[in-house]
Design a protein. Structure first.
Length: 168
């Protein structure tokens, strides 16, 4: 099946559908940060739902019980942060990306001019080591490392803050 999807016509059609979903404010493809524009565009996008209601509408879990499921709550928290960045980023001339290499990842990377910020999202209060952020910082000249949730910036506070704040 993967071979069939890699056919030029299929990838063009899928890219067009993803573009339509993004323009309608439903789902966006976030490019991988590679430090070089052509490598970012060649990577597979990370799909990001721009409205968490799309994620929760069909769940068999009532809304008031979602926090009891740490995995689901974590996905919702990351999606909310990503949606905020993806919507506001282009308006503020900020590139929004993700980064992954082997088993290391950074949820979101912001880039404005020469300034790069690495953002990780955690929904639990446990103190955690962020090996993805550490590796990303080793490879790129990162100005700010930001933890949203957990022991970092509260999610609600982050969502009320302009993304430009993190790349000034």
């Amino acid at each position: 099946m993967l071979g069939q999807l890699q056919d030029a016509g299929n990838t063009t059609t899928l890219a067009h559908y993803l573009d339509l979903l993004g323009k309608s404010g439903l789902v966006l493809g976030v490019s991988k940060y590679a430090g070089e524009q052509f490598r970012s565009r060649a990577s597979s996008p990370k799909l990001l739902v721009l409205n968490t209601a799309l994620m929760t509408a069909s769940l068999p879990v009532p809304p008031d019980r979602i926090r009891e499921n740490p995995e689901l709550w974590g996905r919702l928290a990351e999606t909310a942060v990503g949606g905020h960045l993806a919507i506001a980023g282009p308006v503020e001339d900020i590139g929004v990306y993700y980064w992954r290499e082997r088993n290391r990842e950074v949820a979101f990377v912001l880039e404005r001019g020469e300034t790069i910020a690495a953002i990780e999202v955690k929904s639990t209060g446990r103190r955690t080591f962020l090996p993805g952020v550490a590796e990303f910082c080793r490879q790129f000249d990162v100005k700010r490392k930001i933890l949203v949730g957990g022991q970092g910036i509260p999610i609600d506070e982050f969502l009320l803050t302009s993304p430009a704040t993190w790349v000034e």
